[in-house]
Design a protein around this ligand. Structure first.
Ligand code: ADP
Ligand code: MG
Length: 251
């Protein structure tokens, strides 16, 4: 089982990118599980074709026993979709919520029962507190990929995530797999992100162009791979999916 975590600032394109990667990996014959670790709980929306999925934390809040199937929705390409969810706004800690959700998945035997070949964690990286760093620790992910554009706020968040990861290195936790450039077409974008990657002795493992096709597919409630499978953008996602998996052999 290969476990990959994707971090980045809110709105940078994590969920869209991870969902397209998930579908691309199923095209390689892999069984994929995607776990949204963002209180927004919309990570897997493009894969679920309307199938309603209750976030794990909502199930926990009901204070009644629940089954593994209630935490899961089988989406397009048979991607196993899970959303951690978040606390009631204004109370509780979102990071703590991620820990609870991941614990619940383990306790219900999710990995043993569904046997995914690849697990993708889609993690909000605006704050890298103990909870949000959970997928980097305790054997959850093998590699962490950080999405960023060349925008300063995005680079700032990416650097914070990479720094958090550096702190865990001596304990043998997840390694930095590299940076993914999701372009916003700002000036000197490639150079800025290359510089960031070099600062962390890493590299850009893949890059995506800004394309209206991504938002057009989103309007249809789909991934680019599903809505426009023969497009250049779909190919960019397939190339990226290959690159992240290759980065992980051996993991
Ligand atoms: P996050 O999960 O990081 O919060 P999303 O995946 O929800 O971000 O993406 C935010 C918005 O950016 C969405 O409307 C999505 O369609 C758009 N987007 C993401 N990547 C691209 C891209 N390469 N080109 C154009 N729009 C994109
Ligand atoms: Mg998201």
């Amino acid at each position: 089982m290969i476990k990959l975590a994707f971090y980045g600032k809110g709105g940078i394109g994590k969920s869209t990118t991870v969902s397209n990667i998930a579908l691309a990996l199923t095209g390689q014959g892999l069984r994929v599980m995607q776990i949204g670790c963002d209180p927004k709980a919309d990570s897997t929306a493009l894969l679920r074709s309307g199938c309603v999925l209750t976030p794990v934390l909502d199930l926990v809040r009901r204070k009644a026993p629940f089954s593994l199937d209630e935490m899961i929705c089988i989406g397009e390409g048979n991607v196993i979709c899970v959303e951690a969810g978040g606390p009631t706004p204004g109370s509780g800690c979102a990071g703590r919520g991620i820990i609870t959700a991941l614990d619940q998945l383990k306790a219900h035997g999710a990995y043993d029962i569904y046997h995914p070949d690849v697990v993708l964690y889609d993690v909000l990286g605006d704050v890298v507190c103990g909870g949000f760093s959970m997928p980097m620790r305790g054997g959850y992910a093998d590699r962490v990929f950080i999405l960023t554009s060349g925008e300063n706020m995005s680079i700032h968040a990416a650097a914070n995530i990479a720094m958090a990861l550096d702190h865990f290195q001596e304990r043998g936790y997840a390694k930095l797999g590299g940076f993914i450039l999701n372009r916003r077409n700002v000036k000197n974008e490639d150079e800025k992100v290359q510089e960031l990657a070099a600062d962390f002795r890493s590299r850009i493992v893949g890059s995506l162009h800004r394309s209206d096709m991504v938002t057009d597919a989103e309007e249809l409630g789909k991934t680019v791979l599903s809505a426009f499978p023969n497009s250049e953008m779909a190919e960019e996602y397939r190339v990226l999916a290959k690159a992240v998996i290759e980065e992980c052999s051996p993991c």
